[in-house]
Design a protein around this ligand. Sequence first.
Ligand SMILES: Nc1nc2c(ncn2[C@@H]2O[C@H](COP(=O)(O)OP(=O)(O)OP(=O)(O)O)[C@@H](O)[C@H]2O)c(=O)[nH]1
Ligand SMILES: [Mg+2]
Length: 366
Amino acid sequence: MFESLRKKLNTFKESVSATESELNNEAIEAAESEETPSGKATEEISCEPTTPQIVNAETVGLASKSVEQPQQRVEPSDKSLFERKIKGKDLEEALWDLEIALLESDVAVSVSEEIVETVKKELVGTKRKWRQDVGALVEQALRDGILKVLDVNGLDFDEIIKNTPKPVTIVFTGINGTGKTTTIAKVAYRLKNQGYSVVLAAGDTYRAGALEQIARHAENLGVKLVKHKQGADPAAVIYDAVQYARAKHKDVVLADTAGRIHTNVNLMNQLKKIERVIDADLVVFVDEALAGNDAVERALQFNTTMAIDGSILTKVDADSKGGTAISIAHATNKPILFLGVGQNYEDIIKFDPQWLMTRLFDEADA
Ligand SMILES: Nc1nc2c(ncn2[C@@H]2O[C@H](COP(=O)(O)OP(=O)(O)OP(=O)(O)O)[C@@H](O)[C@H]2O)c(=O)[nH]1
Ligand SMILES: [Mg+2]
């Protein structure tokens, strides 16, 4: 999961660290060298002592140069007083490579640009002390850049379930085969384990075999399924499921819908009807992490027909790129609620930006 993106971010970190170390060493060497024309050192190194009282023209080599005192060699103990600013021009190439790396990892163009901009802003002008680990500065800038694009006015799925009058109705939408029905079963499993009663609505009355598939999940999970026959109006099925849940005091209705592409006008109108008839508490868009920018585009297209409240990305277990998870929340301005990470009922993770940070920066092999 996310290996490719993790490697690319690490490459950026290492590249900036290497460049900065080299430049720093060059600057210090230049300062140490008596042949160096005075002025070069003061241009490269801003000598900003951390303990001003011990720094004066007589005790610190570089400081003495800047005030045109007789030059002295910089001793190691003196170096620890020096700082060098990270400059924009030194980062240009690495930032360009970072942008390309993000695009290659399926991060959307506007999102890549925003991340790079944050990283640049955070790094340029930062004072790097002698021997300070630039890698840590770069990593923090990357974390901040990514967290910033993930920061959409978050709704917490568990809080919504807890605080919304029952039954809470959730409709799942998306194109064919992305994992809607499997995700519904996983969410039902999770809710059941939390003590909620769940009703499934067999709103995919379109695809052959869809009814049997969701019926199997309902049986496995021991939850009620409300269904009509194939070809029935899905809005009517979901409506009946909500009525049933009301009558039986069930907590949550999870409504399946048929997979559809946004250009299928009839099926998209069907979604509009579901929205009109049901007034769901949550509309969740489900797509595959593997789909990259296509998933982001589709989320935006579905959003114009039936406003989505959040997304679920499936098949994250098979996606090494990771960019979809970074892009989709920012592009739709709606949070990612869950990630699907396998085919079993328990293979669902509540999305948390910090979880992603751990995968990208802290784990050797997640
Ligand atoms: N590896 C992996 N496979 C998944 C995940 N979620 C779903 N799948 C698989 O994806 C396939 C399609 O899943 P469905 O739940 O039928 O997808 P759907 O969106 O309901 O499909 P339609 O009803 O045809 O639109 C199945 O083989 C699932 O087991 C996941 O998180 N990881
Ligand atoms: Mg389905």
